[in-house]
Design a protein around this ligand. Structure first.
Ligand code: Z5A
Length: 210
């Protein structure tokens, strides 16, 4: 494969969507063809799964179903969007990927991470990002950004955003532990800093891939 695969991870409100847009512009200015996608989502079926996992249902998915729904969405976007793009030499920027499953369903919900890794390998057929940008923010910053956004857009927190403080603490620790285990793949950026500084840190890290 000739394209590069960069994923963005971290707690909610870390700025993933914001920085993916900025990085896409930066890479295009360097002459790269860029595809931006997100998880869950990126194909019709995966977007349907996205609405299902975020919805307030009378019978919300049990943990096992939640894992399988995220993995089903991932299998679709990997096979139909990400791999074909990488094979054509396109740079793919993805808002969340496998590490979100390990963090949310593993560290957050308590599913054994080794089991998740095996199931995830089946879904992705072994696709691993070239680089993962972890936008790290403390829970209080994440919460205040989400509240500000909810006020701006007149929206409410979804099912996963409503999980308790302890869940969000575990999930942040999980992301940081994974980054420590794989320093060659992860770039950890302190996203509580000014937007321009965060963006500069990301560009500097990505320049090494160019
Ligand atoms: N999930 C899972 O459980 N398992 C899985 O395997 C996968 C996902 C793949 C996806 O929801 C949910 O699915 C997510 C994990 C779960 N759970 N939750 N909750 P999503 O994609 O809709 O939500 P998200 O990924 O958490 O993204 P987000 O909330 O949209 O946040 P973001 O994209 O990281 O941040 P943003 O929209 O770019 O920025 C948030 C606000 O902060 C915005 O107003 C920005 O202008 C502002 N911002 C950003 N950076 C800064 C700085 N540096 N300073 C000041 N303000 C800033």
């Amino acid at each position: 494969m000739t394209g590069k695969f960069i994923t963005f991870e971290g707690p909610e409100g870390g700025g993933k969507s914001t920085h993916i847009k900025l990085l896409a512009d930066f890479l295009r200015s360097k002459g790269k063809e860029v595809l931006v996608t997100r998880e869950p989502g990126g194909t019709r079926l995966a977007e349907l799964i996205r609405s299902l996992v975020r919805e307030e249902l009378e019978d919300p998915p049990v943990t096992q179903s939640e894992v399988l729904l995220f993995l089903a969405a991932r299998a679709q976007v990997v096979s139909n969007v990400i791999r074909p793009a990488l094979e054509k030499g396109v740079w793919v920027l993805c808002d969340r990927f496998s590490d979100s499953t390990f963090a949310y369903q593993g560290y957050g919900r308590g599913v054994e991470v080794d089991l998740l890794r095996r199931l995830n390998d089946f879904a992705t057929q072994g696709l691993v990002p070239d680089m993962t940008v972890l936008l790290d923010v403390p829970p209080e910053v994440s919460r205040s950004r989400l509240l500000a956004r909810q006020a701006d857009t007149n929206s409410t927190a979804d099912r996963i955003e409503q999980a308790g403080e302890d869940f969000h603490r575990r999930l942040r620790e999980g992301f940081l532990a994974m980054a420590k285990d794989e320093p060659q793949r992860f770039t950890v950026v302190d996203s509580s800093k000014e937007l321009e500084d965060v963006s500069k840190n990301i560009e500097e890290a990505v320049l090494k891939l160019l």
